[in-house]
Write a protein that binds this ligand. Structure first.
Ligand code: SF4
Length: 466
């Protein structure tokens, strides 16, 4: 919960950032994808899916469309760069087969309450293909679009034709997120993403005209050629259009993991001091503009569902980020997609040839994952409460998991004590609460409860907060 007396501007402390800005997971799951193993089999997945029917939770579908017509150099997504539209038809054929196989696993009494199409660029599909894909999903799952559901799609404004947003709305989508990153022309050239304000603002206006309930924009700080002054201009243009949600991600330069990042001239990246100045300004100016800092790079206007869910303690987090739909089982569809059932996480094959081969053989393309043990479930509860609600009820956790919290987490609490001294968390007799100043360090706070994170992994696999 938010300390009312603390302004957004006071969250920023260069000393604390220097002390706590360690690389760490973004906790879209616990255990994180780093713990997925090849030992997890299709049989494990089908058993977990069958077991999930007994609890009968509602479903969330994630659909991955991997194609993009040009590459953005900073990108760390699983994508295929091509201008050949024939790839979409081949992909849809296999995706349709996967949807059929997956649909057979889940009881048709289970409503799909949440759906997200991501990529890649979902609008690489033309209108007929988009309709075909939605039709396949509706044929094999009980999709329930409507005001109580969240059907969202990622839009690259450059790949959004006139009429696309109206078409998506007619198919049941009610939320959109637009990739922007930065409006500065120099930065756009440096990352190979040329996108005029007119295109972006036109798409946002069309989304609003078509009745999309919430518009979200993605920005990135730390890109080549960015300065505090240039990013301030981007922010002021973004604030003027007042998206309900904003993600301001930190660019992590990890060219050993993401090949296209090698095309970024590292000498043009902002210095650590400049990045700090950009972040400082971002938090301050968004606070002044009335945005609630949700945590983990996310901001929302107070009337938005995300902000309201956080205040109500019902915010949830999954592989797509923060969500208002807690308790759904997540079915991942498409190459490299990740799914989440109550007792396991799993991922599909990551390359198109492997994905196609599995489906052409009539096999589910699940390749790796993790089965959660009791300790994982307990730590997941603790970490997700801290990430979403930013407080943890100790007595409720003890009652739910049958543990003595202070002895079970003695080592974690010892690590957390220093953060409490620095004003990032409060450790009270019945509750652990993240203070406003700690929201910038959520991942480091959660790492105190993560049994898998080791010093050796930091800095290579995970990005930093700053
Ligand atoms: S950032 Fe988006 S549009 Fe750009 S290459 Fe990556 S997935 Fe494609």
């Amino acid at each position: 919960m938010v300390d009312a007396a603390t302004s957004q501007a006071s969250l920023f402390s260069p000393e604390l950032i220097a002390k706590y800005d360690l690389a760490g997971p973004r906790y879209t799951s616990y255990p994180t994808a780093a713990q997925f193993s090849d030992g997890y089999t299709v049989a494990d997945y089908t058993a977990a899916a069958t077991a999930s029917n007994r609890a009968g939770a509602e479903l969330s579908l994630y659909v991955h469309i991997p194609f993009c017509s040009t590459v953005c150099f900073y990108c760390g997504c699983n994508k295929v760069i091509t201008k050949n539209r024939a790839h979409a038809a081949n992909y849809l054929m296999r995706l349709g087969e996967e949807i059929r196989l997956q649909g057979e696993l889940y009881d048709d009494t289970r409503a799909v309450r949440q759906m997200h199409w991501g990529g890649g660029t979902p609008t690489f599909l033309d209108h007929a293909q988009t309709e075909q894909l939605m039709g396949l999903l509706e044929a094999h799952f009980r999709c329930e679009s409507g005001p109580d559901s969240e059907f969202s799609i990622e839009i690259d404004p450059r790949a959004c034709q006139p009429g696309t947003l109206g078409h998506l709305r007619s198919l049941g989508f009610n939320r959109v997120s637009f990739g922007v990153q930065d409006f500065d022309p120099k930065v756009q050239v440096a990352v190979n993403r040329l996108q005029s304000q007119a295109i972006t603002f036109g798409a946002i206006q069309e989304a609003r005209d078509q009745g999309f309930g919430s518009v979200s924009l993605d920005l990135i700080y730390g890109l080549p050629c960015q300065t505090r002054a240039s990013f301030a201009r981007t922010l002021s243009e973004v604030i003027a259009i007042r998206p309900e949600r904003l993600s301001v991600f930190n660019y992590a330069h990890l060219p050993h993991l993401f090949k296209s990042q090698n095309r970024i001239d590292a000498s043009t990246l902002p210095s650590p001091a400049e990045k700090l100045a950009i972040l400082d300004y971002t938090i301050e100016v968004l606070g002044v503009a009335g945005y609630q800092y949700i945590g983990m790079d996310h901001f929302a206007l107070p009337h938005d569902e995300l902000a309201r869910a956080q205040r109500a303690g019902t915010l949830h987090r999954n592989f797509q980020g923060y969500s208002t739909h807690a308790g759904c089982d997540l079915v991942g569809l498409g190459v490299s997609s990740i799914g989440m059932l109550e007792g396991s996480y799993h991922q599909n094959l990551k390359t198109l040839p492997e994905y196609y081969a599995a489906l052409d053989d009539g096999r589910l393309p699940v390749t790796r994952g993790v089965l959660l043990d009791d300790d994982d479930r307990l730590r997941r509860h603790v970490i997700m409460r801290l990430v979403c609600a930013q407080d943890l009820d100790i007595a409720a956790t003890e009652a739910r998991f049958g543990i003595d919290f202070r002895s079970y987490f003695a080592a974690s609490l010892a690590r957390l004590a220093g953060m409490a001294e620095d004003g990032l968390v409060e450790i009270l007799p019945g509750v652990i609460r993240v203070r406003d100043a700690g929201r910038m360090f959520l991942r480091q706070i959660c790492m105190c409860f993560d049994r898998y994170v080791g010093a050796a992994e930091q800095g290579t696999r995970f990005s930093r907060a700053i």
